[in-house]
Design a protein around this ligand. Sequence first.
Ligand SMILES: [Zn+2]
Length: 169
Amino acid sequence: MYLVHASDREIGELVRSLVELKKKTCLCSVCFNLSDSDVCPICADRSRDQTLVCVVEGPAEVMAIEQTGAFKGLYHVLHGVISPMDGIGPEHIKVRELLDRIGNGKVEEVVIATGTRVEGEATASYLAGELKRYNVRVTRLASGMPCGGEVKYIDPVTLKTAVEKRHAI
Ligand SMILES: [Zn+2]
């Protein structure tokens, strides 16, 4: 409705912006995140920990983790997850590129940050298996109790994980 009532000038600007967006957006040649340059600003930032790589499903996950300010390493964007039901195998996402990157030697820890649904877990297991060939520490994002949550309202699967992955305080 907003667009129907917008002026020709506004519509023109929107169209130009969309064309520009499409023209300028590419994938970073290192991490495959969306970028407007060959190497994205995160990969180009030498102050970030080059030995730590966080593997995510897509660019939205990079944004979400960046917003926390808690992660100072680099990323690797898979552009999907392994999902045999949908005919998506490791060869359809950026797995080969990840292994090539790890094979180059600088990385010491790979944090697997795929989701906790079946496909995300299957992808995490697959990657952990493949990464055994390399001299890297493989970690998985913690899962368990949500912040501000009450134990009695947490779903049984999350609560089970929380109990199993409890840690010393
Ligand atoms: Zn990058």
